[in-house]
Design a protein around this ligand. Structure first.
Ligand code: F6R
Length: 261
């Protein structure tokens, strides 16, 4: 069962996740982080940056793999996930840019990009902690409904709903690419710890399906139920359709501090 943790703000979620990442880096200075883009993880990256500014530690050996990338956007486009992850995470946290990999969305090499990315993750020893958001379609990464639980990094077609959601980052909805390269659900399952964050009522259905719904590729977030170490960090609105709320709160309130998340 996923551990479900309630927070009253995005900042509190960021602080909790950042403390766990910091503890990981303390133990393993070349830890491998799985980095999501979008709005959800911003508080995590901001909290980690703030914690490091206040109490510095060497993060120069930390490595990272982005979850996904648009296909066909030049890497230097401001909304390519290479640009976004650099702006939102690499620069503020002070990670070493050469240590951060992003799936290659270049059409010229698209046929081998997925297999190459999987090989790079394997060569790094696998991902220690994967930060995840969730889409209104229930996607994690850009694994839209119907994605195989065994899938690896590959090209996917974004759902119309996802393109509409992401249009806020582009001048026009038509500018949102139709295709992406995304880590697969199988890739995500191989990360050693998953931290899934969600805020707001618009994520409530996706969170309920992921945490308590049947395990089905129609609800890709439900893949987390197959993973032995998952932390779901939610605000009350995103948690509002969970049935087992009282138990999650009781378990969290009675958890030993040494267990971490
Ligand atoms: C981003 C990603 C997506 C987002 C999801 C939620 O790398 O893989 O799964 O996490 O679309 O997006 P936001 O956080 O913008 O609501």
């Amino acid at each position: 069962m996923a551990e479900v943790v309630f927070v009253d703000s995005k900042a509190a979620a960021g602080t909790l996740a950042a403390a766990s990442i910091r503890a990981l880096i303390t133990q393993k200075p070349d830890a491998v982080l799985g980095l999501a883009t979008g709005s959800t993880p911003l508080s995590v990256y901001a909290a980690l940056a703030a914690s490091l500014a206040e109490n510095p530690m060497d993060v120069s050996r930390v490595r990272g793999f982005a979850l996904d990338e648009y296909v066909g956007l030049p890497a230097d486009h401001p909304e390519s996930y290479r640009s976004v992850i650099t702006r939102d995470a690499v620069v503020p946290i002070g990670l070493t840019p050469e240590n951060i990999q992003v799936p290659n969305g270049d059409l010229a090499t698209i046929e081998t990009a997925g297999v190459d990315y999987e090989a790079a993750i394997r060569a790094a020893g696998g991902i220690d902690v994967q930060i995840l958001g969730i889409g209104r379609t229930g996607h994690v990464g850009f694994n839209e409904p119907g994605s195989s639980f065994a899938s690896i990094t590959r090209i996917k077609t974004l759902a119309e709903k996802t393109r509409v959601d992401n249009a806020r980052f582009f001048a026009s909805p038509d500018d949102v690419p139709i295709h992406c390269m995304t880590q697969g659900l199988g890739t995500i399952l191989r990360a050693r710890h998953l931290i899934l964050l969600a805020f707001g009522e618009e994520k409530a259905d996706a969170i309920a399906a992921a945490v308590e719904g049947p395990i089905t590729s129609s609800k890709p977030g439900s893949v987390i139920q197959l993973h032995p170490h998952v932390t779901v960090i939610v605000d009350e609105a995103a948690a509002s359709r969970l049935e087992n709320l009282a138990y999650y709160k009781y378990a969290w309130a009675n958890k030993h501090a040494w267990q971490g998340i």
